[in-house]
Design a binder for this molecule. Structure first.
Ligand code: ARG
Length: 409
């Protein structure tokens, strides 16, 4: 009988494969692996056999795609969450769900520990551990990469060979890649130099804008209360909709992001992202908000968006503030219903039309034709009172200048 029971967040890569064996030995533990499918395209085949061969006694692979898009991605879309105005949160919005699913398995299996393969200098360790802590305060968390003896990939491979742990014989990828339905994060290798443009081989799905077709593509996206429900007149379930926009965006070179960002752990890092669907949906959603949100709500909401993206990025999804801000965001979305037409062309997006049953754009007020209903005369009194404080202030300015001059003299 083993002393401990550990559920490992398992990807099937070198680190987590070595981890399974290492934890079993070093913690005298029974190992159960857990892998969540968030729509990553490359990693899931052969996973079960690999985990068992590495020493796991039981393997969980769960399809979390629908929950991911509807309960994590869409709330962040409605909030307009873009970390540092650029990163639509692909990796960071996946972590709380993976942590939650990991905790569910741990509680079901009566495990006393969970473990993950995040490094000791990234954001993901924080997101995992803070989320697990919030959901199951008494589970112990082990981060082998922070404590084990291996100093390099080669040492891990050597350990794997010695213990018959299956590792892929394919050539090592020069990049570290994390992928899900909402986007792909790519770092390491030559990308560590912020002065070097990302080589084409860094990109996993998008065509370069230069090579994209000359006609581009038109997409029309229909939203109901801030949530996309149909594309080009066709209703789609959430997973298909995101996949469809990823494909058409990728084909047009849309959604490449090159970002020097501020990590929670205090360093700047450079990451390249591919997120075509996220880029298109944030763009279209914002256009619909311009049409339907009251000015003060729209302006205030950008402050909330900023805070919301920080909460996600910094691992605080399961926090009372995030929940309270989500309630605010949902209230604002009650009228964000309508249709937005977007032209995708060689890496760019352009709005080509927008309409909503709840549009606040009133042609009778906006027009410069004879149909105009706006009360031009009322502007005169408005300006008088609106500008009054500045007149008063600047009448005093001259006196201030004179008084300061005579004080110096
Ligand atoms: N910088 C991103 C974040 O903190 C992605 C981190 C993971 N990146 C990777 N290439 N494995 O959310």
């Amino acid at each position: 009988m083993s002393k401990n029971k550990i559920v490992v967040a398992y990807s099937g890569g070198l680190d987590t494969s070595v981890m399974v064996h290492w934890l079993k030995n070093n913690y005298d533990a029974e190992i159960i692996t857990f892998t969540g499918d968030l729509g990553q395209t490359k990693e899931l085949s052969g996973l079960k056999e690999k985990a068992l061969k590495s020493g796991a006694s039981k393997v969980y692979v769960e399809d979390l795609r629908k929950e991911f898009v509807e309960d994590y991605v869409y709330p962040s879309l409605k909030a307009g969450a873009m970390y540092e105005d650029a990163y639509p949160m692909a990796t960071s919005i996946g972590r709380p769900l993976l942590a939650k699913a990991l905790v569910d398995v741990a509680l079901k299996e009566g495990a006393n520990m969970v473990s993950h393969g995040c490094t000791g200098k990234g954001n993901d360790q924080v997101r995992f551990e803070v989320s697990v802590g919030a959901l199951a305060p008494d589970l112990k968390i082990i981060a082998p990469l922070r404590e084990w003896e291996f100093k390099s990939r080669e040492e891990e491979i050597e350990y794997a060979k010695k213990h018959n742990i299956p590792v892929a014989a394919t050539k090592e990828n020069p990049y570290s890649i994390d992928e899900n339905l909402w986007g792909t994060s790519i770092e390491c290798g030559v990308l560590e130099d912020p002065m070097v443009a990302p080589p084409e081989d860094a990109f996993q799905s998008t065509t370069s804008p230069e090579n994209a077709n000359d006609n581009g593509d038109d997409v029309s996206i229909e939203f109901v209360e801030g949530i996309p429900v149909a594309v080009n007149g066709q209703e789609m379930d959430s997973i298909s909709l995101v996949k469809f926009l990823n494909a058409v965006g990728a084909k047009n070179g849309v959604g490449r992001i090159d970002l020097v960002e501020n990590r929670l752990v205090g360093i700047k890092s450079r990451e390249v992202y591919e997120a075509p669907a996220a880029t298109i949906l944030h763009f279209a959603h914002k256009e619909l908000e311009r049409l339907t949100l009251d000015k003060s709500v729209m302006h205030y909401k950008s402050i909330v968006a900023h805070e919301f993206s920080n909460l996600i990025y910094n691992g605080l999804w399961f926090s009372p503030l995030r929940e309270a801000l989500s309630a605010f965001v949902d209230k604002t979305q009650e009228r964000v219903t309508g249709l937005v037409k977007v032209k995708l062309y060689k890496g760019t997006l352009r709005v080509t039309g927008r309409t909503s049953p709840y549009s606040l754009y009133d042609p009778a007020l906006a027009t410069y034709t004879a149909e105009d209903q706006f009360d031009h005369k009322a502007s005169e009194g408005f300006i008088k009172i609106y500008g009054l404080p500045l007149k008063t202030y600047n009448r005093v300015t001259q006196k201030v200048k004179n008084d300061r001059k005579s004080a110096v003299a």
